[in-house]
Write a protein that binds this ligand. Structure first.
Ligand code: FUL
Length: 489
């Protein structure tokens, strides 16, 4: 075990020296603070910030909104984009913020190639739109409104471009890179950039109307592009292509009940990650609020119920994944009344479930605590202090232990939320939950497996339990567990 920890530490030091130094004192084993050594791989600072985003919105809006299609062919005239009213980005941001999203990622260009900003790279853009309300630079409007309301802004730009005459040839690669450069330069901070995996096929291609195939791994020369993004936007997380975060592997909004943020090229499926993964590559769940990514004439009558949206939240954010949930504006440039009503119902369910953390600030005691010269450094009480940078820890070699939280009075408990201090790696392999009957600990029945934790795990009890104390028992961990958060709802 010691040898494994040493190797992990050495690997971490090499990693830290190669990239951004993450915390110079982490491997200082002589320190009497006794800080645990990391278990490799660990997240970068960009990935830590990304984990903390947890829940954000997608907005699909463009030509397709006006054609009832999900994928435009690329031959649509510029004025097909024809909003019937001024875009109400204030409403988009207000309603999205209200449900607890921390950011918005918008389609700046979908596969049809229509750029919704005033780009210099192509004429196929809103800059040439002559309709009453269509001459708009949407990323400019939305990024400004996000800043005003305190949300982060992100951009989706499709690599596949069914409009561009040069798609499939060298000329397009530079155009595409220039488009990304514009987005990275003119709209303030971008927290995440999304590069869709749909690549090549039939399209308009400047009038050729043919099928063009490319090898996505080589054609785009993404390494050069990603380097440029990191220079222009050092804090931006790149989605896809095995960069900072990745597609969870389905579009239904669920991650595995066992969900590792570490990854070995997908042998187990992206939904689950790999316990012995060699790189930190956490998953993001994308999901739609209705039948399509774009609003259509039938979407309002086919919206997901609030309960379905809540279930998606549980199977994504609740399973150590980020959630990007799509809310597409309609032809009048607004989120429809039906969409907004559903969003508010969803918010009511979130508040009802997680409105009050019964464990917040409550006393916590553990079976054991890691020693340190700094008093309380690894105390059990760190799990209820609301600070995700403090954590309860065991000594090296101890891979199981319990934390008991005294709720102070009898409460009805439905959910337990847990978090690991992932800066030092994802560790926990299994845990159990117990409630106090008044005379004994009783193992709680839960609706799903209690295996991994990671950044965040939410466990629902099979039925509500009246209890005054909750115990979390870590039953197995790669190395000593580091628990930063236990909340009880
Ligand atoms: C997919 C795209 O093809 C869809 O149109 C949508 O943008 C979704 C988020 O990703 O791969």
């Amino acid at each position: 075990m010691k040898r494994r920890v040493f190797l992990a530490c050495a690997a971490f030091m090499i990693f830290a020296m190669g990239g951004k130094a993450q915390s110079s004192q982490l491997c200082d084993v002589s320190s009497s603070e006794n800080i645990p050594q990391p278990v490799f791989p660990v997240p970068s600072e960009v990935q830590i910030a990304w984990h903390n985003m947890e829940f954000y919105a997608f907005i699909h809006y463009g030509i397709n909104t006006y054609t009832n299609k999900e994928w435009g062919y690329g031959d649509e005239s510029i004025n097909t984009f024809n909003p019937t009213a001024e875009l109400d980005v204030e409403q988009w941001v207000t309603e999205i913020k209200n449900i607890g999203c921390k950011g918005i990622i918008i389609t700046c260009k979908h596969h049809d190639g229509f750029c919704t900003w005033f780009t210099e790279t192509t004429e196929h853009s809103t800059k040439n739109n002559t309709t009453t309300y269509g001459h708009v630079d949407i990323p400019a409007l939305l990024s400004a409104e996000c800043r005003r309301q305190g949300l982060k802004f992100g951009a989706y730009i499709s690599p596949w471009d069914r409009n561009h005459a040069e798609y499939g040839r060298a000329g397009y690669v530079q155009t595409f890179r220039n488009q990304i450069r514009e987005l990275c330069t003119n709209y303030g901070d971008i927290f995440e950039m999304w590069f869709d995996g749909a690549n090549g096929g039939d399209g308009y291609y400047g009038g050729a109307r043919e099928t063009r195939s490319i090898d996505a791994n080589t054609y785009y020369d993404f390494n050069t592009t990603f380097k440029m993004i990191k220079e222009l936007q050092p804090d931006c997380a790149i989605w896809g292509w095995q960069q900072d975060c990745q597609w969870v592997g389905n579009e239904e909004g669920w991650a595995g009940q066992t969900s590792w943020s570490i990854y070995n090229n997908g042998a187990n499926g992206n939904e689950y990650g790999d316990e012995d993964g060699w790189r930190w590559l956490p998953s993001e769940c994308d999901a739609k609020n209705g039948p399509g990514w774009f609003a259509s004439t039938t979407s309002d009558s086919n919206l997901k119920t609030a309960q379905q949206l809540f279930n998606i939240y549980m199977t994504s954010v609740g399973r150590n994944s980020n959630l990007i949930l799509n809310f597409p504006p309609g032809r009048d440039g607004r989120l429809s009344d039906a969409t907004v009503t559903r969003m508010r119902e969803f918010k009511t369910l979130l508040d009802r479930a997680f409105g009050t953390d019964l464990a917040s600030g409550k006393s916590a005691t553990a079976s054991a605590e890691r020693s340190s010269s700094v008093s309380g450094k690894f105390a059990a009480s760190n799990v209820t202090d609301g600070n995700d940078d403090t954590y309860w820890a065991l000594e090296d070699g101890q891979t199981s232990g319990t934390v008991d939280i005294d709720l102070g009075s009898t409460q009805t408990v439905n959910y337990i939320r847990l978090g690991e201090y992932i800066r030092l790696g994802q560790r926990v392999k299994s845990f159990e939950i117990y409630t106090w009957s008044g005379s004994a600990w009783q193992k709680a029945s839960t609706t799903e497996e209690t295996t991994t934790i990671g950044h965040k795990r939410i466990i629902k009890l099979s039925s509500p339990v009246s209890t005054s104390k909750v115990r979390v028992s870590i039953t197995d961990s790669k190395v000593c567990p580091l628990i930063s958060r236990i909340s009880v709802y």
